[in-house]
Write a protein that binds this ligand. Structure first.
Ligand code: ZN
Length: 152
């Protein structure tokens, strides 16, 4: 278990130091700002949605390593997904970080599983959730500004 934790930590550190899809997305048709006042994390999510598919996802932001890694990995995970698939991913990720029971038909979260340990730290749940809540608001096309208010 210790090895697994170390591996997870490495993945999170890697993504926080070298975030993927970082930067504005000029062709985006959705843009939502989000912040987690508890930790001071902030993020802006840019999406290009066309034909019911998330064609591209970028983010800009600053915050703790968990919030940065979560945003980086979220943009990778949702790219190319249909809106319905992306919403399902949001729900499963949310269940993962809050420690809820998972459905039997839950999809494999792949690399996102590195955030499973976060559920042990309620304060960190908001850091990991921020990018996803902001993404969901952007997906639904409402709200220019969201705060991570979900907690365990
Ligand atoms: Zn944070």
């Amino acid at each position: 278990m210790t090895d697994l934790r170390e591996l997870y930590q490495e993945v999170i550190l890697d993504h926080s130091k070298r975030p993927r899809n970082f930067g504005e997305l000029p062709e985006a048709n959705r843009r939502v700002d989000g912040q987690n006042p508890l930790c001071g994390d902030q993020t802006t999510i840019y999406l290009k949605i066309a034909d019911g598919v998330v064609q591209d996802a970028h983010f800009v932001g600053a915050g703790c390593s968990i919030s940065m890694a979560s945003a980086s990995m979220m943009t990778e995970a949702v790219k190319g997904k249909t809106v319905a698939e992306a919403e399902a991913l949001f729900h499963h990720f949310h269940a993962l970080i809050t420690g809820e029971e998972r459905d039997d038909d839950a999809p494999d979260l792949g690399k996102l599983a590195v955030f499973s340990g976060v559920c042990e730290y309620p304060v960190r749940v908001k850091c990991a959730a921020l990018a996803w809540h902001t993404f969901k608001a952007a997906l639904e096309g409402h709200g220019e500004h969201v705060t991570a208010e979900e907690s365990k």
